[in-house]
Write a protein that binds this ligand. Structure first.
Ligand SMILES: Cc1cc2nc3c(=O)[nH]c(=O)nc-3n(C[C@H](O)[C@H](O)[C@H](O)COP(=O)(O)OP(=O)(O)OC[C@H]3O[C@@H](n4cnc5c(N)ncnc54)[C@H](O)[C@@H]3O)c2cc1C
Length: 261
């Protein structure tokens, strides 16, 4: 979590509610150890931000490569486990695990290693960024703002609006329709369809899907059939990365009124 967010959010809660517990290798399923995956496996105590969901001893894997992502999914399928990806656990919902869900069949995937960022297109009036599912929101915004291109007077790129916390993963935001606040105003020349959630900006999503014989990565473009299914999927998918349309950077004016009665 960035320093920015620690300062901003500590008064609310200790944001990242996930505690890793080291375990003896022998307590992991033997088939796991023989699966050939290089990604580390362990048991965790899952705790959400609101701390109303706390589940101990849940099997988890920190996925470190594309090959392992497919292998882990294959292992889960063959061994009767369901998989759920997690980001920063900065939530109050039962989307990842509920209190009552049997935990012995869950395999949680830590996707934080996929935090790559690449500017694909840089124009004066828009940009296109490719971002890994695990990139933290504040890192994404900083990367965009620090781009040298864009408008000469205010370089860089930005979103029309964003969720408030800086420690959300990109996939976490996309999964729940993460958004800030934006309204159209008189004489605005801005594209109103970008005033919605971060998912509105998605041009393509690469997800782990069943290809008819095995789990494999596939990129869905926004205009193709099924492309929309991955925009706000409430954790029912495994997203690897997305490309997003971004706006030229801009300054905001903050005006305080102190004479309201
Ligand atoms: C204090 C606080 C303030 C908030 N403020 C805002 C706000 O201003 N605006 C707003 O819109 N929301 C806000 N939220 C909600 C927040 O945006 C969501 O809870 C968000 O999903 C958290 O992202 P995360 O990275 O922590 O994801 P997690 O909580 O870890 O996961 C959330 C969902 O995303 C799924 N997911 C995670 N990674 C992947 C992946 N790689 N592939 C597929 N699915 C995945 C999970 O399975 C789960 O369903 C706030 C939450 C808190 C606790």
């Amino acid at each position: 979590m960035s320093k920015f967010n620690n300062e901003r959010r500590t008064f609310l809660k200790n944001g990242r509610g996930l505690f890793f517990t080291s375990v003896a290798v022998s307590s992991l399923p033997m088939s796991f150890l023989l699966s050939g995956c290089d990604s580390p496996f362990y048991h965790i105590t899952y705790k959400n931000w609101a701390q109303d969901i706390q589940v101990g001893g849940v099997l988890a894997a920190k996925v470190t490569s594309l090959e392992d992502l497919e292998s882990v999914a294959k292992w889960a399928l063959e061994n009767g486990h369901f998989i759920k990806a997690f980001g920063s656990m900065h939530n109050w919902s039962p989307l990842i695990l509920s209190k009552d869900e049997p935990k012995d069949k869950a395999l949680l995937l830590d996707m934080s290693q996929f935090n790559h960022l690449e500017m694909l297109e840089s124009h004066a009036d828009y940009g296109v960024v490719k971002a890994g599912c695990g990139v933290q929101s504040e890192d994404l915004y900083s990367f965009l703002a620090n781009q040298p291109s864009g408008k000469p007077d205010i370089p860089g790129y930005a979103f029309s609006n964003t969720p408030a916390p800086g420690n959300l993963s990109l996939a976490g935001m996309l999964s729940i329709g993460g958004h800030g606040t934006k309204v159209s105003y008189n004489d605005s020349k801005e594209n109103e369809s970008l005033n919605g959630s971060i998912s509105n900006n998605v041009l393509s999503v690469t997800a782990l899907v069943w290809d008819g014989s095995k789990y494999a990565l596939r990129t869905f473009h926004r205009d193709e059939e099924d492309g929309d299914l991955f925009l706000v999927a409430l954790g029912a998918t495994i997203i690897l990365e997305a490309t997003l349309y971004v706006l030229p950077n801009y300054n905001l004016r903050c005006q305080s009124f102190t004479d309201v009665h």
